[in-house]
Design a protein around this ligand. Structure first.
Ligand SMILES: Cc1cc2nc3c(=O)[nH]c(=O)nc-3n(C[C@H](O)[C@H](O)[C@H](O)COP(=O)(O)OP(=O)(O)OC[C@H]3O[C@@H](n4cnc5c(N)ncnc54)[C@H](O)[C@@H]3O)c2cc1C
Length: 309
């Protein structure tokens, strides 16, 4: 282990197993720094190869969404509720009665839609009663609503690899976002649907007009595609960089054990072979619960399945 502040190295001995649970970006980093990863890449950085695992750091996946914004007729959005007297009121209401605005997770509603007639939902909507920006983009001014379609099964893949053998250096990261046209097309379908929802009679009494991608209803698909490419953003669901599988290239086996070495399991979203079609927190907790069962030897079925593979 390395102390981030002092840079001091320390060694910890383990009797049973190491459970690596650093998330989809740091887990492959720790594996590679430990000599488990693509052989050529490790050698490039002078790291002794413990096990050649070509898929470590590959297969990166994430959910992306893009906002469709509507201006509300009245000042009814969340804007301004986090400052001044209003913030104080919400704080007091929560403290005393555990009710009010602070019970909200802000993503007030959502839904799943099969936009491509493939037989199961391929778009998830996150709907927020406020105009949201992004980490590098301020929200649009004023009161409004954001309807955010997000694709559920991205085709694009990215990767994370080492910048250097120094653990304190950041990774080289390429998300691969929107590399595949199919992902752009999914978001364009989602945006079209969100624009339709914004103009639905049920919202007409609340929504004055669309702000973005365009006030006019009739715009070209090419304009929607340009909007998607400019405004799509992560939903923060990184996964897939140490994928689980029964094939030889998989990084971990179905019991989450790192292949090619003894005594290491991975327990985080990096083991997902493909992203789940929805939010990733609960599935990651499920992976952790399964991991706990495997460690305790409580899963006889999985043991049998593994023997059959
Ligand atoms: C802003 C944001 C909002 C989200 N909202 C939702 C949501 O609404 N619903 C939902 O389902 N999911 C949501 N997610 C996704 C969800 O949080 C993740 O899918 C889930 O936390 C993944 O769990 P994990 O164990 O793979 O990684 P993480 O939760 O990232 O856990 C990894 C841990 O390892 C630690 N770590 C990393 N490197 C090291 C190191 N070298 N040494 C020691 N510790 C290390 C990290 O600090 C972290 O605590 C959100 C994510 C973000 C970032």
């Amino acid at each position: 282990m390395i102390d981030r502040k002092t840079g001091a190295l320390s060694q910890i001995s383990v009797c049973e197993e190491v459970i690596l649970s650093a998330g989809a970006l740091s887990t492959p980093k720790i594996l590679m720094l430990s000599g488990i990863g693509p052989k050529d890449h490790l050698q490039e950085h002078g790291i002794p190869v413990l096990h050649d695992a070509p898929q470590v750091g590959k297969n990166y996946q994430d959910h992306l969404e893009v906002s469709v914004y509507g201006r509300t007729k009245d000042p009814i959005s969340l804007l301004g509720n986090d400052t001044g007297l209003r913030a104080l009121k919400h704080g007091i209401q929560w403290t005393l009665w555990k009710t009010g605005l602070l019970t909200s997770n802000v993503v007030e509603s959502g839904g799943f839609v099969d936009s491509s007639n493939c037989g199961r939902p391929d778009i998830q909507f996150h709907v927020l009663p406020t105009l949201v920006g992004d980490v590098d983009r301020e929200p649009v001014d004023g009161h409004g609503v954001s309807i955010n379609p997000c694709f559920l099964r991205p085709k694009s893949r990215g990767f994370a690899k080492l910048r250097s053998p120094n653990p304190l250096d950041s990774m080289v990261f390429e998300s691969g976002a929107l590399k595949e046209q199919e992902d752009v097309d999914s978001l364009v379908r989602g945006v079209k649907l969100a624009r339709k929802i914004l103009r639905a009679p049920a919202l007409a009494k609340l929504v004055e007009h669309e702000l973005l991608p365009a006030r006019n209803e009739d715009i070209l698909d090419t304009e929607l595609e340009a909007y998607v490419r400019n405004y799509a953003k992560t939903v923060y669901h990184p996964a897939g960089t140490c994928r689980m599988g029964s094939d030889t290239d998989a990084v971990v086996d179905p019991m989450l054990k790192v292949k090619g070495v003894d005594g290491v399991r991975i327990c985080d979203a990096s083991v997902m072979p493909t992203l789940v079609s929805g939010n990733t927190n609960a599935p990651t907790i499920m992976i952790a619960e399964r991991c706990a069962e495997f460690i305790l030897g409580l899963d006889a079925c999985a043991n049998q399945r593994l023997e059959m593979v």
